[in-house]
Design a protein around this ligand. Structure first.
Ligand code: UD1
Length: 420
């Protein structure tokens, strides 16, 4: 099992390219189940979650092959409709196959994902949405058994805005008979990208980019090639890292619009930012100012950058409050950051950070993907050596993270270790 070893105190400077979006690709790959054929997905990030999704697709009978950042998918020979526990427990996004399998084959057996590292993450909305489309849903032995002769268009309001449930429902509704009206749908850029991909395949969807989606079911779809949107969470992570080390970086191949709320917050904390086309330049000369952060559904601040913002605020002299309204329990990084000397108090779903305290390197344990990124960022501003263990979490969602940080001047190495 690999670990990262970071020697803190280096200022980040330079230019890096941002990879394609992990969450975007994870929504688009299962959509390929909807029409038998051959697909190419360019700008696919070469990372663990994509390998897991490819493995899942292959277990259904498809053929997926990732060459550098080009994913080849052949869905002509899908003949199995089961997503096994071994894969779903590794990655919840596996649940995305439910909608497309049901829509194309009229049946699906998908393992329930269970909880995740930081708490419960229900799938009730996904199941209600499928039932509203006319599917029969049974839960037995930890699996969802879904069946429908032909899905039928319906009206569905998402009581909670959900990225995954909106994606699943869209993939099912595009092949349903008749019209479907979705309200309070997710407008996260990765879901908008999925909707655009479905339209490219021949689906009829109105209202893309808004919370009201109108779908007119079609009889069949056609395979098409696609390019993944840039990863806004990876981009945000590097911008925060640069700001906390008082650095100056330029990130390329990014969609600045997708990061609007984050860029505003970074400016509030004292960063100079310049946006041109698909590039963002950031410079930070002083200590950051303490700035509160409240997560919400897009275009509000992403929960996937909450942990990194907590790490950022360790560098700001004064008090800041970081509140997670999406995942109230998503704070497994706090006790690890405290091992560096961080002064953080957890009050309900908020982390109250007294920043500006001296941090000294220590061994830290990763518990989840974004929490691990926060540990790396904190290591960058800690005195001496920080070891971040169990980085398979990090490898799920960051492509070549140590190479990108090294490129920016960080002292960071990957070490193969038997330690867990
Ligand atoms: C996706 C992202 C994840 C991100 C999250 C929120 C992917 C692969 N993952 O996860 O990185 O952190 O969006 O932006 O894209 N909920 C229910 N019932 C459900 C579904 C969700 O109550 O059936 C709740 C969740 O507990 C949470 C909220 O809805 O409080 C939003 O979750 P959701 O948007 O569904 O997250 P995911 O799609 O799982």
């Amino acid at each position: 099992m690999d670990k990262l070893v970071i020697e803190g105190g280096k200022r980040l400077t330079g230019t890096i390219k941002i990879s394609g979006s992990k969450n975007g690709a994870l929504a688009i790959i299962p959509a390929m189940i909807l029409a038998p054929g051959i697909y190419h997905l360019s700008n696919t990030p070469n990372l663990r979650d994509i390998w897991t999704m490819s493995q899942l697709m292959n277990s259904l009978g498809a053929f997926c092959e990732l060459n550098e950042n080009e994913l080849f998918v052949d869905t002509r020979s899908i003949n199995n409709y089961e997503a096994p526990y071994e894969l779903v427990k590794k990655m919840r996004a596996s649940f995305y196959v439910l909608g497309p399998l049901l829509a194309r084959f009229g049946e699906a057996k998908v393992s329930l994902p269970g909880g995740c590292a930081w708490g419960p993450r229900p799938v009730d909305l996904h199941l209600k949405a499928m039932e509203r489309l006319g599917a029969d849903i049974q839960i037995e032995h930890g699996f969802v058994f879904a069946k429908a002769d032909k899905l039928k268009g319906t009206k569905f309001n998402f009581d909670i805005s959900s990225v995954g449930a909106t994606g699943n429902m869209l993939m099912a509704a595009v092949l349903a008979k008749g019209n479907t009206l979705l309200t309070n749908a997710s407008i996260e850029p990765e879901i908008t990208a999925l909707a655009r991909f479905l339209v490219k395949m021949g689906a009829k969807i109105d209202g893309i980019g808004t919370t009201v989606l109108e779908v007119e079911g079609v009889d069949s779809l056609t395979p098409v090639d696609e390019t993944s949107v840039p990863d806004r969470i990876e981009a945000g992570t590097f911008l925060i890292a640069a700001a906390m080390t008082k650095g100056e970086i330029e990130i390329l191949d990014v969609n600045p619009y997708h990061l609007s709320s984050v860029l505003t917050k970074l400016e509030e904390s004292g960063c100079e930012i310049d946006v041109t086309g698909n590039k963002i330049w950031l410079k930070m000369d002083d200590d950051p100012k303490p700035v509160d952060y409240i997560t919400g559904v897009y275009p509000a601040l992403p929960t996937d950058l909450q942990a990194q913002w907590v790490a950022y605020m360790l560098a700001a002299k004064g008090t800041s409050k970081i509140t997670d309204l999406i995942y109230p329990d998503r704070f497994k990084h706090i006790p690890e950051l405290q091992r560096l000397g961080a002064d953080i108090q957890l009050i309900d779903n908020s982390a109250v950070v007294q920043g500006g305290k001296k941090l000294t390197g220590a061994s830290l344990m990763s518990s989840d993907l974004r929490g691990s990124a926060a540990l790396v960022l904190a290591g960058l501003i800690s005195e001496g050596k920080t070891d971040v263990l169990r980085i398979y979490h990090l490898d799920r969602g960051y492509e070549q993270i140590e190479n990108k940080f090294s490129c920016l001047g960080a002292s960071i190495k990957r070490i193969k270790t038997e330690l867990v």
